[in-house]
Write a new protein. Structure first.
Length: 127
């Protein structure tokens, strides 16, 4: 699970909204292109209610701090949520990436979703 800069580190390719190509080293395990600081710098940080169909019980409050967005995805990447036209949550197999910070809320539904992903993967591998 990678949130915000963790999403950046998981991506196969990264660039910055202002400076362009950064040649930043990443783990390259998420088949996605990520744009850093997509909503602006620190002073443009914000919160927004997100629809994430993979979790239950209504909207999830996303906290965006110098947040990246996913600009392109590979065929095995599932888009979990968008904010307007921007992709802000994705899943690829057992990898979960978000542009926002779910750990800064009191809402544990996204972390519970991630734990279910891991448990399901573990169960499949043990069969």
């Amino acid at each position: 699970m990678g949130t915000c800069s963790g999403l950046i580190m998981l991506a196969k390719k990264v660039y910055d909204r202002v400076v362009g190509e950064t040649n930043q080293p990443t783990l390259g395990v998420l088949d996605a292109v990520v744009e850093r600081n997509a909503f602006g710098r620190q002073r443009e940080s914000f919160e927004a209610d997100l629809v994430i169909p993979a979790i239950e019980k209504g909207k999830f409050r996303g906290i965006f701090i110098r947040a990246p967005v996913v600009k392109e995805t590979g065929p095995n990447v599932q888009i979990l949520s968008r904010l307007n036209d921007s992709i802000v949550a994705v899943r690829q197999g057992t990898i979960l990436g978000t542009s926002f910070h779910p750990e800064l809320t009191n809402d544990s539904r996204l972390h519970q979703y991630f734990l279910r992903m891991v448990a399901e993967s573990s169960a499949r591998n043990n069969q």
